[in-house]
Write a protein that binds this ligand. Structure first.
Ligand SMILES: *Cc1c(COP(=O)(O)O)cnc(C)c1O
Length: 423
């Protein structure tokens, strides 16, 4: 595709000189102005269309990360874009003193798609961490227990639930937690997929068990369906809430609307974000059933931006396209095609694939070098571990695009190994 011809209104007014500044110039300005919590960004991206993006120097990339499982319909999807801009041109923000039709319609749609029972409800946030923060408060409200107040919240080793203090307390990684202690108390982390440890830990003082059906940040590690079923049984038996963090796995990512649907287990609460808005920031907490939904009452939680008309319209449009165009079946097929191809590449030792969430283990600690070599070759992905790669591309990725990556993979891997050996 040729370079974008249109000049945007912001560029016309001289607010953005994306068409003249180079990537290196932008990055110098970045480090002069942005708080250094992310390290140096890999590239400065200026434009996208479908699963393809372009950087400030005009180089084209196949985006196999989708903004970390966010751009469900790729970049600049025409329908999503037009729904967002027409909503913004009609009514952009109202505060939660008022309601708006997109907010109500989206809540109804999410309850429908998740198979939530009568009395289930939705709270909208702006991000995944905020959705989990709301879930944490929900868990605190499940305090009445047979053995005194329920203060214990169980999560898993390897868990990632976000960066605000409550969500961080649920997150396992020491490097993320330690600089910010003390964190909200009561959270214990159990070994991953260990049924005996779970059986021993859930009791009458447990407020909630918080699980990702597939740990994305830990390198795409799926929980066994039996583990999820056991968690459901134990939570029901002891009156604890089963809270599923589907921030990364939800909204079609795994080829189901929600990953839990494969296990047949119904949670007490579920959090969503990433793919929900098709690239527009929005998160959600869904509370399943009347009793759980009654745990949070007026005045106990809130947000200014959460559930605003533009974000909820964006999500409504995203869900509509996924449904109307049969994208879930396409996700399963493209994901299997990629997994088959990847498993056949020498040097790949394991492929963990659910739909278009794919973890790839390599036979050497060259994953970061692979990411760099892939960028040079025109592919965006990331390395959640030293020998692990992750793909979370737009759900609309075509067979031809998947095949292009498969074709390039062996060459990128040998470049990465050579670069690592030369260090
Ligand atoms: C990304 C992620 C979060 C945090 O979401 P943000 O929108 O970055 O705050 C929480 N849980 C899981 C499973 C995630 O993948």
């Amino acid at each position: 595709m040729a370079k974008h011809a249109d000049i945007t209104p912001a560029q016309e007014e001289g607010l953005l000189d994306a068409r003249t500044a180079s990537g290196a110039e932008w990055l110098a300005r970045y480090s002069g102005a942005l708080l250094n919590v992310f390290g140096t960004p890999q590239r400065v991206l200026v434009r996208g269309a479908g699963a393809v993006v372009w950087d400030a120097d005009g180089k084209e990339y196949l985006d196999l990360l989708g903004g970390i499982a966010v751009n469900a319909l790729g970049h600049a999807h025409p329908f999503v874009t037009s729904v967002i801009s027409s909503q913004l041109a009609t009514l952009g923000h109202v505060s939660n003193f008022f309601a708006s039709p997109p907010q109500i319609a989206l809540a109804e749609k999410l309850l429908d798609l998740s198979g939530a029972p009568e009395g289930s409800k939705v709270f909208f946030s702006n991000s995944g961490t905020e959705a989990n923060e709301a879930a944490f408060k929900l868990a605190r409200r499940n305090a009445d227990g047979p053995d005194g107040p329920r203060r214990k919240i169980l999560a898993l080793e390897g868990a990632f639930h976000g960066r605000t203090m409550g969500a961080l307390a649920l997150t396992a990684k020491q490097a993320y937690r330690e600089p910010f202690e003390p964190l909200p108390g009561g959270v214990e982390h159990l070994p991953f997929n260990d049924q005996d440890a779970l059986r021993a830990a859930v009791d009458g003082q447990t407020a909630a068990v918080v699980l990702e059906p597939i740990q994305g940040e830990a390198g795409v590690r799926p929980l066994d369906p039996e583990y999820l079923r056991l968690a459901r049984e134990l939570c029901t038996e002891h009156g604890a809430l089963l809270i599923l963090d589907e921030v990364q796995t939800g909204v079609g990512r795994t080829g189901q609307w929600f990953a839990f649907q494969e296990s047949g287990v119904l949670p007490d609460a579920m959090t969503l974000a990433k793919g929900l808005g098709g690239g527009f920031p929005i998160g959600a907490l869904i509370t399943f059933g009347e009793k759980v939904s009654a745990l949070l009452n007026p005045g106990q939680h809130g947000t200014t931006f959460g559930g605003n008309p533009v974000a909820t319209a964006a999500a409504l449009a995203t869900l509509h396209v996924i449904e109307q165009q049969g994208i879930l079946a396409q996700v399963r097929a493209t994901g299997e095609r990629l997994a088959r191809g990847l498993a056949a590449v020498p040097g790949v030792t394991d492929v963990r694939q659910r739909g278009l969430l794919i973890g790839i283990d390599l036979d050497a600690d060259v994953a970061p070098a692979f990411v760099t070599a892939a960028l040079d070759a025109g592919f965006i992905l990331n390395a959640p571990g030293p020998h692990t790669l992750r793909l979370a591309p737009p759900l609309i990725l075509s067979d031809a695009q998947a095949d292009a990556f498969l074709g390039a993979f062996p060459g990128i891997l040998s470049t990465a190994k050579a670069a690592s050996a030369a260090e």
